[in-house]
Design a binder for this molecule. Structure first.
Ligand code: SF4
Ligand code: SF4
Length: 172
């Protein structure tokens, strides 16, 4: 295992401060990984993500549900309505904001459906919720800029990125 789970950083205040302090370092890291192969980076990120995700308790955090705008597809609005046993119109009025371009997103932050740091619609949660922080996917290199935008928000991202720095031999 890369690090004892007790050593993973999960303090949201610490991580938020680190994001500011390490902005320049993370920018250098972003540029330094260009020399690495996509597959090599994906394999490292997947392994670290498996380890860190198993050790970090999302129900003790919930920070993505508190601080992200959650985009929802039209199909997901319909599924939510079914799950809540409401009409689609009532569901939209209560929970959804729609942009002029027709994009839908949850109309509160923190999300309506978060209670005691747990998702109250867990089985029916949206693709965006299921996929965040996207570190199980291929394309680590292409997505790193976007991932770093959440470095100060998500303990899983913070710990995976710090692990990637070690594994790639990065020095700031
Ligand atoms: S739907 Fe559930 S998982 Fe998604 S943001 Fe809301 S509380 Fe979090
Ligand atoms: S995915 Fe990240 S931000 Fe969201 S609850 Fe888990 S550790 Fe916290």
């Amino acid at each position: 295992m890369y690090l004892c789970s007790l050593l993973y950083q999960t303090d949201l205040s610490f991580i938020a401060v680190a994001a500011t302090e390490k902005e320049e370092e993370n920018d250098h890291f972003l540029h330094s990984i260009r020399m690495h192969e996509d597959t090599e980076l994906d394999n490292m990120a997947h392994m670290l993500n498996d380890e860190v995700s198993a050790a970090v308790d999302c129900t003790a955090c919930g920070n993505c549900c508190k601080t992200l705008v959650i985009n929802v597809t039209a199909e997901e609005v319909g599924s939510l309505a079914n799950h809540l046993q409401l009409s689609e119109q009532d569901t939209k009025e209560k929970y959804i904001e729609e942009s002029l371009a027709g994009n839908c997103y949850i109309n509160t932050m923190p999300c309506h459906f978060l209670a005691d740091n747990k998702c109250t619609i867990y089985e029916a949660r949206f693709t965006e919720c299921r996929d965040f922080p996207h570190l199980h996917k291929n394309g680590f290199k292409a997505r790193l800029s976007g991932t770093l935008m959440h470095y100060g928000r998500c303990p899983i991202i913070y710990n995976v990125i710090e692990g990637m720095k070690v594994k790639t031999g990065f020095s700031s």
